[in-house]
Design a binder for this molecule. Structure first.
Ligand code: PSU
Ligand code: MN
Length: 307
C-alpha cells in the first residue's frame, strides 16, 4: 500500500531493482533557497556530476499526491521557476500534503524520509538545518536533526550556516546519537566558511573509507542516519567575520519583523544572498557541486568492496 504513494522515476526504479547506485537530492534549496535561473542551472549541473560517477540521481519532492523519487527535467524546471508555490516539506508534512494534493519541495528532513521509503541510502544537500540562535527562548530546532536520528540515510552536507548556533547543533546531534564524519577535515565546517572552531571526533580522507564506516553502522543494525560533513572548497570559502556581520544585521530584521517558524530559514538565506553582493551565492553553488560529487562517490562505493 505504501508503495502506491511513491512515484519512482523508471531509471531510479531500475537502479534500485538491479542494485546499482542511486543518490537522493534535496529540492528545497532549488525551490526556496536559490534564485532563478541559477537554481535551475545548478540543479542540472549537480545531476550531471552525479551521473558522471555512474550514479542515478533522484531529486525528491511531493507532486500530484505522490512522493516523487526522481524528477523529470520539466519538473525541475517548473520547480526552479515557481519555487514559491511549493510547500517547504519536512517529513511531518508528507501525509497532509498527499491528502490535500498539494505540491512540496523537500527539506533535508523530507529528503531523508523520502529516501528511506524508497531504499536509497545517501542524499546530497548544501547545509542542514539546526538549532537556531536564541533557541533557549524560541525552541526552534530544525526537524532535519530529528530525522537524521530516525531514518537510516547518510546526508552529505557542508555543515550548518552560522545563522544557527553551531555549538548547540552539535550538542543536539550528539544527544540524538547522530554520527558526524568529517571528510578531509577535523573540524565542523560552517557552510560558507571552510571550518569552524569545533573539532570532530571522526574523519575520513576518501569516499571509500566513508562508505566503509557507513557499512559498519549497517552491519551493527544502526537505525539512524549519518552526517558526512564536506567543507566548501578553500578557494570559495568566505571569512567568518564577513558572514557574521551580515547575519547580525539579518537577525535584527528577524526580531523587528517577528519572523518565526518555517519562514525563518528562507528569510535569513535570502537576506544573506542579497546583502553579500553575490558572494554567498557563488560559495553556495560551489559547495553544492562539491557535495554532489562526494555524495555520488560514496553512493558508488557503498556498493563496492571497501576492505
Ligand atoms: N540551510 C541552507 N540552505 C537551505 C536550507 C538550510 O543553508 O536551503 C533549507 C534545507 O532544505 C533545510 C531547511 O533542510 O532549510 C531547514 O529548514 P528549517 O530550519 O525550517 O527546518
Ligand atoms: Mn524551525
Amino acid at each position: 500500500m505504501r508503495q502506491t504513494l511513491l512515484s519512482i522515476e523508471p531509471e531510479v526504479q531500475e537502479a534500485l531493482k538491479y542494485n546499482k547506485p542511486a543518490a537522493a537530492m534535496e529540492s528545497s534549496f532549488i525551490a526556496h533557497g536559490l534564485p532563478y535561473p541559477q537554481n535551475y542551472h545548478l540543479a542540472l549541473e549537480m545531476l550531471e556530476i552525479i551521473r558522471e560517477h555512474g550514479v542515478v540521481p533522484a531529486v525528491t519532492a511531493v507532486i500530484d499526491g505522490k512522493i516523487k523519487i526522481g524528477l523529470s527535467m520539466n519538473q525541475i524546471e517548473e520547480m526552479s521557476f515557481k519555487g514559491g508555490l511549493y510547500f517547504k516539506a519536512s517529513a511531518s508534512d508528507f501525509g497532509a500534503l498527499l491528502a490535500a494534493g498539494r505540491d512540496g519541495a523537500t527539506t533535508v528532513a523530507g529528503t531523508i524520509y523520502a529516501a528511506s521509503l524508497a531504499g536509497i541510502k545517501a542524499c546530497v544537500t548544501g547545509g542542514i538545518g539546526g538549532v537556531h540562535r536564541g533557541a533557549a527562548q524560541s525552541l526552534d530546532i530544525s526537524q532535519d536533526l530529528t530525522c537524521l536520528s530516525r531514518f537510516p540515510v547518510t546526508v552529505v552536507s557542508s555543515g550548518v550556516k552560522s545563522i544557527l548556533d553551531l555549538k548547540l547543533t552539535l550538542e543536539y546531534l550528539e544527544t540524538n546519537g547522530v554520527p558526524i564524519i568529517g571528510y578531509r577535515t577535523g573540524y565542523f565546517p560552517s557552510f560558507y566558511t571552510h571550518q569552524s572552531s569545533y573539532e570532530l571526533h571522526h574523519s575520513v580522507d576518501s569516499s571509500r573509507k566513508a562508505a566503509r564506516m557507513i557499512k559498519m553502522y549497517e552491519l551493527l543494525g544502526w537505525q539512524g542516519g549519518i552526517l558526512i560533513v564536506n567543507p566548501v572548497p578553500q578557494k570559495d570559502s568566505l571569512s567568518e567575520e564577513f558572514i557574521n556581520c551580515i547575519i547580525e544585521k539579518g537577525l535584527k530584521e528577524v526580531r523587528e519583523n517577528n519572523i518565526r517558524g518555517k519562514m525563518l530559514t528562507p528569510f535569513l538565506l535570502n537576506y544573506l544572498s542579497q546583502e553579500s553582493g553575490g558572494q554567498c551565492l557563488k560559495t553556495n553553488i560551489s559547495l553544492l557541486k562539491n557535495n554532489a560529487e562526494l555524495g555520488a562517490k560514496i553512493s558508488r562505493d557503498l556498493l563496492g568492496n571497501n576492505k
